[in-house]
Design a protein around this ligand. Sequence first.
Ligand code: GLU
Length: 481
Amino acid sequence: MVASEAPLYTDLRPPVVRFAPSPTGYLHIGGARTALFNYLFARHHGGTFLLRIEDTDRARSTQAAIDAILDSLAWLRLEPDRPVVFQSARAARHVEVAEALLAAGRAYRCYATPEELEAMREKARAEGRPPHYDRRWRDRTDWPEGKPFAVRLKAPLHGHITVDDRVQGPVTVAASELDDFILLRSDGTPTYMLSVVVDDHDMGVTHVIRGDDHLSNTHRQLALIRALGWPEPVYAHVPMIHGPDGAKLSKRHGAVGVETWRDEKGILPEALENYLLRLGWGHGDAELLTREEAIRLFDLEGIGRSPARFDLAKLESVNAHYMRQADDARLVALVLPRIAARLGREPDARERELLLRSMPELKTRAKDLNGLAESSLYLFARRPISMDAAAAALLDDEARSLLGRVRESLAGLAAWDRAGLEAAVKAVATKAGVGLGKVAAPIRAALTGTTVSPSVFGILEVLGRDESLARIDDACATRKG
Ligand code: GLU
């Protein structure tokens, strides 16, 4: 043990995991899935879920990105069990560990100049070797005075390093493939490789669950951990998410940020969570799992070894399921801003009440909040309501004559309830010798200005007597064409 122990916590329940995003952009769905897997693993085993923002790359890290990541994690209800750790705030500790390694002879000063390093790379390229540093300062002590130096790890020269990965299985790399990588740059700043290892240790991390794009770093991190004599975490590297075309999911595929799914598409957080859970993890044929079920069932064994493909239709069908399950008042609150944006005004109290009463019907057909907003617009329409082309075409003379009969029959109803409305409309159809659909279609057009909507009886009921009859009058009065 060469560096002083500096645990950040003394009271964490194991296993301890962390999500460690770099704040260089929004939280993408691959990151959200990593966070979810860590969270579920901690909860399943009664452990601790931590969050570390890896903001050491000051040029690329922004406060806006930090806010976006925290906001998306809160929306997904993936909040850490302890305050967020900012990696940049721990630089002094990273330097301290590198200096301890230097003092113990497990790291060394390297005075190679940029020109020398470039020449080394050129030579390696010409000889067909990986462009590794040639270790020329590894055993030297004739340090030039006053010159800047980098600190490099004395990586093992012989043997192998094996990562016994819980998803990928054992992955072995020969020591000859690792170089004496840099711990401190010549300007004194710690490298990412050093910071990650020190922070994971100090935070007490026992299990590292992350994307398999980090697998190639892991052997170096293990070499460093072993030089420090620290306990080695268990690793689980999760395959990347691929796009529908089979290529690694990237900006090119559009919509890869969690915020986009929330704001632009109107997906519910529990739906995105369930979808991401199943993207790369499985347990028998379980598809729709609540958070509690996911916590009960989640294990590393269920993570697949091959990349999962993002499937929009699947996400939409999962979302439709959670829309149907969602509480009506919650959906009203979520959809109102979208409706206001479409209307260009705030719905009033009466309209909000209408919306709430219509929700049990509306939510059975919506794929997302945008669709829900769209399908509820008829409630807010001001008379005479505008008709789409299909609805206008449908209201021919025959349709309007049926509508006139419907109007008469409805106007005579003593009570405006669903059973009475249904009976009245059906009686008109029977009397006219036509199917119910023939009568329902013009009612729908008159009330909603469209040809698709939930049950017309539900709409009549929710709109109420005065508004329904007035809209029917408007439609009867309209001359076709
Ligand atoms: N900061 C890294 C990233 O965002 C993750 C590092 C890790 O999980 O070890 O990709």
